[in-house]
Design a protein around this ligand. Structure first.
Ligand SMILES: Cc1cc2nc3c(=O)[nH]c(=O)nc-3n(C[C@H](O)[C@H](O)[C@H](O)COP(=O)(O)OP(=O)(O)OC[C@H]3O[C@@H](n4cnc5c(N)ncnc54)[C@H](O)[C@@H]3O)c2cc1C
Length: 373
């Protein structure tokens, strides 16, 4: 009998397992893979301001740093925001977090697939028929989570296609918003990994969309890897049942505005570990996770509303917005920087319409938080 069983040893699961072990609990961390973190399903970008949530020193999982985020519009107009982005080596990062969990005392079981859980009794059924029992279960098994399914939650998933290709030294990561591509993707991205001489080039959408993006923007380079995955679109309708809670992608906590899921993985791992700790110590009768998690900005529906507002713009509107913003460089995610953004944005005909409100609100919230993910 374990105090907690954590299903999935990605960034969310390994972090939750470490925190719970450090709190003195008997933890089992299970993953179906032999080696965690591979194949890579990530553009590998993390704003430096988000790393402290993982409570880890900087290590060899950081392969480079980029000082700017540049947003590019269909007419190639663009603006920049200063903010240090760490480029990770995701396989190394995931393996580092797993080692930290193990070092804190978690028992690690790899190549073990969880088929189903019973949230009321705390029983996990593994492929092959083995069962395990725990007082609390953490579902950290990614976007297509079995634990989520077992508790009656299902994530709405979007495909994301990506390649890693050769790319020169660069000083920005790029978010490109263009509707005039097959399947009207929400956005595409280029995340350079300077030390490797490559970049992760991807989009919300499938391979034909990515190919059209690469061809339209004349992106040249040798493809060294093809990857991709699924990104949840919005927080799951339920985040816990009985003894089971969902964290990270399993709970749909990835930011649907940016696609960034690493910071939410660590944030939800911390909130879940604290709630489970109180439950295991007998301070609460149930695991008080979901209400606390939903109050956190990570789980706010503002991210999805802002995404929908941006996704509703036509290329004409985007071009006009781009022209209004072209050449701006914001010194950072600070409120002192945002009046210029609002002023320039207001010159865009029609931006005063209520439909833009979620975008402006989200911007202010990121400035208040001092980070974006
Ligand atoms: C193309 C793409 C690009 C992205 N780029 C970024 C980015 O640049 N920055 C960013 O912050 N986020 C990015 N994300 C999102 C980010 O990768 C995820 O949010 C993050 O991996 C979530 O971590 P997690 O631990 O919740 O889930 P995962 O990383 O998916 O880990 C889940 C783990 O659970 C295991 N597992 C699954 N099912 C079972 C089972 N039944 N039994 C046992 N084990 C199981 C898996 O093997 C895996 O190890 C991107 C996503 C995609 C698809």
């Amino acid at each position: 009998m374990y105090s907690a069983a954590v299903v999935g040893a990605g960034p969310a699961g390994s972090t939750a397992a470490r925190f719970l072990s450090e709190m003195g609990h008997k933890v089992l961390l299970i993953d179906r893979k032999e080696v965690v973190g591979v194949p890579k399903q990530c553009a590998e970008g993390l704003f430096a301001a988000c790393l402290p949530e993982f409570e880890t020193a900087v290590g060899d999982f950081i392969t480079g740093k980029v000082p700017y985020l540049e947003v590019v519009f269909p007419n190639r107009a663009s603006y920049r925001v200063r903010g240090e982005v760490l480029m990770l080596d995701r396989p190394r990062f995931d393996q580092h977090l797993l080692r930290l969990a193990e070092g804190a005392g978690a028992e690690v079981a790899l190549e073990r697939k969880v088929e189903e859980i019973d949230p009321e009794s705390g029983v996990l059924r593994l492929r092959g028929g083995e069962t395990i029992r725990a007082e609390a279960i953490v579902g950290a098994d990614g976007p297509a989570s079995r634990v989520a399914k077992s508790i009656g939650a299902r994530n709405r998933l979007l495909p994301a296609a990506q390649v890693e290709m050769t790319w020169p030294e660069d000083d920005a990561i790029y978010a490109i918003i263009d509707r005039d591509l097959p399947s009207e993707p929400y956005s595409c991205w280029i995340f350079p990994k300077n030390e490797r001489g490559t970049a992760n080039v991807g989009c919300f959408g499938t391979v034909p969309t990515l190919e059209a993006f690469i061809s339209k923007y004349r992106i040249e380079g040798e493809i060294v890897e093809k990857n991709g995955g699924a990104i949840p679109l919005g927080v799951a309708e339920r985040l816990q049942r009985g003894r089971a809670v969902l964290i990270g992608d399993a709970g749909g906590l990835t930011n649907p505005f940016t696609g960034g899921g690493l910071y939410p993985a660590a944030r939800s791992a911390r909130i879940a570990a604290e709630a489970i700790d109180r439950f295991l110590r007998g301070e609460t009768r149930t695991i008080e996770y979901e209400p606390r998690m939903r109050r956190d900005f990570v789980a706010s529906d503002l991210h999805l509303k802002a995404r929908n507002a941006l996704a509703a713009l036509s290329n004409d509107e985007l071009c006009r917005l781009g022209t209004a913003m072209d050449g701006l460089v914001f010194p950072g995610l600070k409120l002192t920087a945002s009046p210029r953004l609002v002023f320039r944005g207001l010159r865009h005909p029609g931006i005063a319409k209520p439909k833009y409100a979620p975008l402006l609100k989200l911007l202010v919230r990121y400035c208040l938080a001092g980070k974006v993910w």
